[in-house]
Design a protein. Structure first.
Length: 115
């Protein structure tokens, strides 16, 4: 279990570094006889990259947590329904509630990107 979490964290770190350092601005080549003009990247580049990282983390962590919750609740619900079939109407809504965690994470990520 810890190896999976470490692998997910490593992939997120690689994508984060790519998002931060991948936003560079290249200058067009100077015409002959004119000096090269050096410009700096706009100040918003770093914050734009951080915005996408925050949205990705919001969705990723919510989906990982929701998946873990659905796995445990689903297994318990199936075990309860195997012993008593009348419990299906009472157990399955809890699985749906756990899936809602992923939807809230997606909504937060979407709001981060839009705003």
């Amino acid at each position: 279990m810890n190896k999976k979490i470490f692998a997910v964290a490593a992939v997120l770190a690689c994508f984060s570094l790519t998002a931060i350092f991948g936003q560079t601005q290249t200058n067009p080549p100077a015409a002959e006889g004119q000096p090269a003009v050096q410009t700096q990247a706009p100040a918003g580049n770093a914050s734009a990259g951080m915005k996408y990282i925050a949205a990705g983390l919001a969705v990723g962590i919510a989906c990982i947590g929701g998946g873990m919750a659905v796995g445990k609740i689903g297994a318990a619900a199936m075990g309860a329904m195997a012993e008593n079939a009348d419990l299906s109407g009472k157990a399955l809504p809890f699985v749906g509630l756990a899936e809602g965690i992923c939807l809230w994470g997606f909504l937060v990520g979407l709001l981060i990107i839009i705003m």
